[in-house]
Design a protein. Structure first.
Length: 318
């Protein structure tokens, strides 16, 4: 019955969430127009903490268990490069990602059909169910402990994908130097599926310590030119995630200025997943949909029926 307390409470919560989303959108629009992107993200995360303090306090109180993985990602530098021997699942992740691409190969002949023609995801829910090793790796104990150790709390696995970069000659969108505005801090992992060599659009970034506040602000607003970056840092100070299949990087893309997919000579294929803190600054999408080629949102329903080796895996999924 509609008059039952549980139904009424559920409606109240849904109404509060809708109101909160409208406030966040207004803050984002006004704050970025004013040129205050970092202040805006701080306000959004602060509002969300006030709206649901129990969720924030529960996460803050759940300190990550200390292990060899909790310090795997440098909190000072904001990244950790790794080779194909770093995790036992990497060979299977590469094989699965290649199989996913082959299933969709005929669909990628027209990159302009995707939201980002230079960098788009082909992984679908059906692919994830057929190749569960992708979820198993992203939610494995070493990975979850590394992400939690860096972020200082049990984070949320927000998205994943098998991303393809076709050969291109553009410098647009995320090909420009930028930082991500999904949260004030986060962890993304990029696993090279194909051999990534110079000219292959490798993920390129500055460590956290070399990304000053003005770069973070300019990166959020996407107003940084190559010339502005080159005038402040040398090429030698920039990290480039080239390497063979199975190599890759964990990186805080909110704190490390970066660009990628400038694939001038060779196409690139990477497996990517993203951990964000609770709360984050992501805006809810209508119906939970993403544009064609956008990342696959990770939810409990998406993972339903997939057996995961880590018994604590679902603590990192909403």
């Amino acid at each position: 019955m509609d008059g039952e307390p549980g139904v009424s409470m559920s409606r109240d919560m849904a109404g509060s969430q809708r109101l909160g989303n409208r406030i966040d959108r207004w803050l984002l629009k006004r704050g970025f127009r004013k040129g205050w992107p970092l202040l805006t993200l701080n306000l959004i995360e602060a509002r969300r903490k006030l709206a649901a303090p129990h969720l924030f306090l529960t996460g803050a109180a759940s300190a990550p268990q200390v292990s060899e993985w909790t310090s795997f990602i440098s909190r000072r530098d904001g990244y950790r490069l790794f080779d194909d021997a770093a995790f036992p699942e990497l060979a299977a992740v590469v094989e699965a990602s290649r199989a996913v691409f082959e299933r969709h190969r005929d669909e990628v002949t027209d990159p302009k059909a995707y939201n980002k023609p230079y960098f788009f995801n082909v992984l679908e829910t059906a692919d994830l169910r057929a190749h569960s090793v992708l979820a198993d790796f992203a939610l494995s104990r070493p990975v979850t402990e590394a992400a939690a150790g860096y972020l200082g709390q049990p984070p949320r696995l927000h998205s994943m994908g098998v991303f393809y970069s076709a050969v291109n000659d553009t410098v647009d969108g995320s090909q420009m130097y930028h930082v991500d505005g999904d949260a004030l801090s986060q962890v993304k992992c990029f696993v090279n599926v194909w051999d990534v060599k110079p000219g292959g659009g490798a993920f390129t970034f500055l460590p956290k310590g070399r990304t000053p506040r003005r770069f973070r602000s300019g990166g959020l607003l996407k107003t940084l030119s190559d010339e502005a970056v080159s005038a402040a840092v040398t090429d030698a100070e920039q990290m480039v995630a080239t390497g063979g299949p199975g190599s890759g990087v964990f990186v805080d893309t909110s704190r490390c200025l970066h660009q990628g997919s400038r694939a001038r000579d060779h196409s690139r294929l990477v497996f990517q997943f993203q951990y964000v803190p609770r709360p984050d600054a992501l805006l809810a999408r209508d119906g939970g949909r993403t544009p064609r080629g956008g990342h696959l949102l990770v939810t409990r329903s998406v993972l339903d029926g997939i057996e995961l080796a880590n018994p604590d895996a679902m603590k990192f999924v909403d």
